[in-house]
Structure formats: structure tokens, C-alpha cells
Design a protein around this ligand. Structure first.
Ligand code: NAX
Length: 328
């Protein structure tokens, strides 16, 4: 279509923002035929830096980029938004208690949810990247009662892609030969990466790997702690890979997942797999006709059930904490 899609990116002057905006503007988010209008939201102190990024976007002369506007006000930034990428968040400062962190993020994601409720397009789709992503998505969703809850998603795709890469390296295949991994639960060190139903070169992953100890002692912790390993190596947290995962997530949501393949999405629970209703948890999901659906009926091992239960306990704890703080 020739009508531009409006994409709002928060935290636009941050490091993920810098890796993300050029990919959106080049057409990798929505395909080579869809023009995009970018709306960048930043805090006032970072507006000037966002203007610098906007100058560089101009200088790329992207044929699909139909305009860039910069805001320090959420209501204006989300006016007419079709795709909202909520990247900016309050990081945990030294000595900051968890309650303080949740409260600070409630102060960001509550008003942004309200702004989306007030001004977003009917088809709005939201991806929350800023941590704690699942709970920030819940806060935003609770402030947007007129938007269906399944339009607020949290990013599990970076964990998912990390899992694909680890499995490909272990089995000596290209990453495109690895399919149907699931990251269950919270985007935290307590996530549960699950290969039980994955395939490698079309064969069941557990029989290709044939090394349960590697899965338990190496694969799962490597995927779950990859963020810390990146910080240790790079001196900064994952940025380009996080931006890439955000692009993958939205592209699959809008354009659909390939037949027979699923991906991992932080989606509001309908009670599937015993996850309490309303919690935003990582699930195996397919995208059909522009909407995520949880893949049903996967058999879960005892270890997988236990891993999901631990992860979900963390999500429930965060939900109860933000409810206690009257943030939802
Ligand atoms: P940066 O600190 O580089 O950038 C964050 C930007 O957000 C800053 O420019 C800041 O001014 C802006 N910001 C803060 N409050 C804002 C508000 N109320 N409205 C608009 N903008 C606001 O962080 P970056 O490395 O880009 O990471 C962004 C977020 O992604 C962090 O919360 C980080 O923890 C999270 N991540 C999530 C991942 C995931 O898989 N879900 C992986 C990567 C990343 O760690």
C-alpha cells in the first residue's frame, strides 16, 4: 500500500534506538512496499540527540521514509500510531530496590499506555522492549482498556534467536535449519528455553543433539545469561541484536509466520499451559491474519513444566508488586 504506516519508537536516542531506526526506515520492518512515518519519543534531555539521529535518517535518503517527527510528550508521540516500539525504560541504578525500579517504570509505561489508549490507530500493535519487558507491557496494557490486551506484547525474540544460534553452532548446521524453539515465561534469567519440539534439519532436536547434560548445563544457562555475557564482552548491553529481534517480531506479527513454524512471543495468557490468565508470558506463537495465536497442545516434560513454573512465579510476583504499588 502507499499509505504510510506510523511507527512510534520510544527511547529513540538510546543504543537500541540507534540500531533500530535505520532498519525500520529501510523497509525491513514492514516490507519493501510499505512507506513508514517515524515518530520518536524521548525525554527532554535526549531530544537533541534524537534530532541528530533524525538528521542521519534524512541523510540516508530512504525512499520508504515518509517523515520523522520528534516528541517529548507521549500523547503527541502516539497519536495515530500503528506500530509502537516501547524501548525507552528506566534502568536499574546502583542500590535501587526492585520496588523503586518497578515504580519508575510504572511512571513511564502507565502514561504511555494511556496515550496509546487515547490516540492510537484501531490496528495498533505494541512491542515492549524496555525492561522488565513483560511487566512493563502489562502496565501499559492495563492503562489502555480500549485496546485488546493481545496487542501489547513483550520481546522474547532475542532470547529465541539466541537459542537458534546456540543450537545451530552445537549441531553444525545453518541457523535457518533450526526451527520451533520456545522461550517460555519471563524475559529474565529465569526464562525457560525449550528444545523439546524444536527441529534441526527437519529432525527432532533432542535426538540430533542427543546430549541432555549439554541442554541442561550449557544451552539453557547460555541462552538465559547471554545478556550478561554481552555486557561483559562489549562493555555495553545488547543493542543491534535487540533491534534485530524487534524487527523480526513485528515483521512476523504483521506479515505472518511461515507455515509450520512458530516463534516466541511475550503475550497475555489466556490460561494456556497453566500460566495464570492476564500475565504476559513467553509462549510459542504463530501469527495468522495479523494476530498472534498461542500454539496449543505441546506436551511438556516435567523439567519444562518446572522451568515454566519458576519463571511464571517471577512474573506473578512482579504483577503483584505493581498492583501493590497501584501501577496497574
Ligand atoms: P539506552 O539507555 O541506551 O537508551 C534508553 C533511552 O530511553 C535513552 O535515550 C533514554 O533517554 C530513553 N528514555 C528513558 N525514559 C524515557 C521515556 N519516559 N520516554 C522516552 N524515552 C525514554 O538503553 P538501550 O540499550 O537502548 O536499552 C533500552 C531498553 O531495552 C532497556 O530497558 C534494556 O534493559 C532493554 N533491553 C531489552 C531486551 C529484551 O530482549 N527485551 C534486550 C536488550 C535490552 O537490554
Amino acid at each position: 500500500s502507499t499509505t504510510p504506516v506510523t511507527v512510534t519508537v520510544t527511547g529513540a536516542a538510546g543504543q537500541i534506538g540507534y540500531a533500530l531506526l535505520f532498519r525500520i526506515a529501510s523497509g525491513q520492518l514492514l516490507g519493501p512496499d510499505t512507506p513508514v512515518k517515524l515518530r520518536l519519543l524521548e525525554i527532554p534531555q535526549a531530544v537533541k540527540a534524537a534530532e541528530g539521529t533524525a538528521m542521519e535518517l534524512d541523510d540516508c535518503a530512504f525512499p520508504l521514509l515518509a517523515g520523522v517527527d520528534i516528541f517529548d510528550d507521549a500523547t503527541a508521540a502516539f497519536d495515530g500510531v500503528n506500530v509502537g516500539l516501547l524501548v525507552g525504560a528506566r534502568p536499574r541504578g546502583a542500590g535501587m530496590e526492585r520496588g523503586d525500579l518497578l515504580a519508575a517504570n510504572g511512571g513511564i509505561f502507565g502514561p504511555q499506555g494511556a496515550a496509546i489508549n487515547a490516540g492510537a490507530a484501531d490496528d495498533v500493535r505494541v512491542l515492549v522492549v524496555g525492561n522488565p519487558a513483560n511487566t512493563n507491557a502489562l502496565i501499559a496494557s492495563k492503562h489502555a482498556p480500549d485496546v485488546p490486551a493481545e496487542r501489547f506484547t513483550a520481546m522474547m525474540r532475542l532470547d529465541h534467536n539466541r537459542a537458534l544460534a546456540q543450537l545451530a553452532a552445537k549441531s553444525g548446521v545453518g541457523v535457518g535449519d533450526v526451527k520451533n524453539v520456545t522461550i517460555w515465561g519471563n524475559h529474565s534469567a529465569k526464562q525457560y528455553p525449550d528444545i523439546a519440539h524444536a527441529t534441526i534439519g527437519g529432525r527432532p532436536a533432542p535426538s540430533v543433539i542427543a546430549d541432555d547434560a549439554w541442554v541442561t548445563d550449557t544451552f539453557i544457562p547460555t541462552v538465559a545469561k547471554r545478556g550478561a555475557a554481552i555486557i561483559d564482552a562489549r562493555g555495553a548491553s545488547s543493542a543491534a541484536s535487540a533491534a534485530n529481534a524487534a524487527v523480526d517480531h513485528v515483521r512476523d506479527w504483521v506479515l505472518g509466520t511461515p507455515e509450520g513454524e512458530w516463534t516466541s512471543v511475550g503475550l497475555v495468557s489466556d490460561g494456556s499451559y497453566g500460566v495464570p490468565e492476564g500475565v504476559i508470558s513467553g509462549f510459542p506463537c504463530v501469527s495468522k491474519d495479523g494476530a498472534w495465536e498461542i500454539v496449543q497442545g505441546l506436551e511438556m516434560s516435567e523439567a519444562a513444566q518446572a522451568g515454566l513454573a519458576v519463571s511464571v512465579a517471577g512474573l506473578v510476583e512482579e504483577r503483584d508488586a505493581v498492583a501493590e504499588l497501584s501501577l496497574i
